[in-house]
Design a protein around this ligand. Structure first.
Ligand code: SAM
Length: 228
């Protein structure tokens, strides 16, 4: 047994240079109907079906003209938006490189970089109707740390909404169960008319991921008139 370099997780060496965890991953991929379906439908990731299922339930994509996709790689969600709303402007960002998707502008950079919001919005060309975040921080195997790191991304997405979402727009973000999200939900309820949680069937049962669906962004209150 050896400690692998990836996030300090214990990796078990098996035959042919593979690890037990990579063998498990391979077996799971081969047995996963969503993986097979994604291949048949030409989607780059099984994650595509999470957005399809969320859209069926919450009508997220109806009428959208401008969409931001945070954590776009490898591009399944962007493909879903592209197919359903062919005329929509779609701008995505990811730490990882992404093969081009027709009609989608993609930045390879950290969403937490100071200039990321401006770069995204300049490319989008106007306020977003929908901001999607499927971002997940690299896990370190410590559930509370993983939860907090992903929640920081969700909160950054929420701040991005305040500046860049049109009134009535929606924000969908991946969250991990972990207990520290009451403040976030309270903030979302202040900003949006409805806030719901959902775990789409395509989300693996053994994953702690959920999605928060915030719809009906409230127009920011006008600043009070300056005193004469
Ligand atoms: C689950 S994947 C997204 C899958 C995608 N929705 C799809 O359908 O193909 C999560 C992505 O979030 C990205 N990510 C995590 N932290 C990020 C950050 N700070 N800035 C940009 N992307 C980030 C990861 O690189 C990863 O590719």
């Amino acid at each position: 047994m050896s400690r692998g370099g990836s996030g300090g997780r214990t990796r078990v060496k098996t035959g042919r240079g593979r690890t037990a965890s990579s063998n498990r991953w391979l077996a799971r991929q081969l047995n996963d109907p969503y993986v097979r379906q994604a291949k048949a439908d030409g989607y780059r990731s099984r994650a595509a079906y999470k957005l399809i299922e969320l859209d069926e339930r919450f009508n997220l994509l109806r009428g959208v003209g401008r969409v931001i996709d945070l954590g776009i790689a490898p591009g399944g969600w962007a493909q879903v938006v592209r197919r359903k709303m062919p005329k929509a402007a779609i701008v995505g960002i990811d730490l990882l490189p992404v093969d081009p998707i027709d009609g989608v502008t993609i930045f390879q950079m950290d969403f937490m970089d100071d200039d990321a919001p401006d770069r995204l919005m300049e490319a989008l060309g106007g306020q977003a109707d929908l901001i999607l975040s499927d971002m997940a921080a690299n896990t370190v195997g410590h559930p509370q740390t993983d939860h907090l790191r992903t929640m920081a991304l969700v909160e950054a997405g929420c701040a991005f909404c305040v500046d860049n979402l049109r009134p009535g727009g929606a924000y969908v973000a991946k969250v991990l169960a972990g207990g520290a999200d009451n403040d976030l939900v309270a903030e979302l309820k202040r900003l949006f008319t409805t806030v719901k949680h959902a775990k789409p069937p395509a989300s693996r049962k053994d994953s702690s991921e959920w999605y928060v669906i915030a719809q009906g962004f409230k127009a920011p209150a006008a600043p009070p008139p300056a005193e004469a």
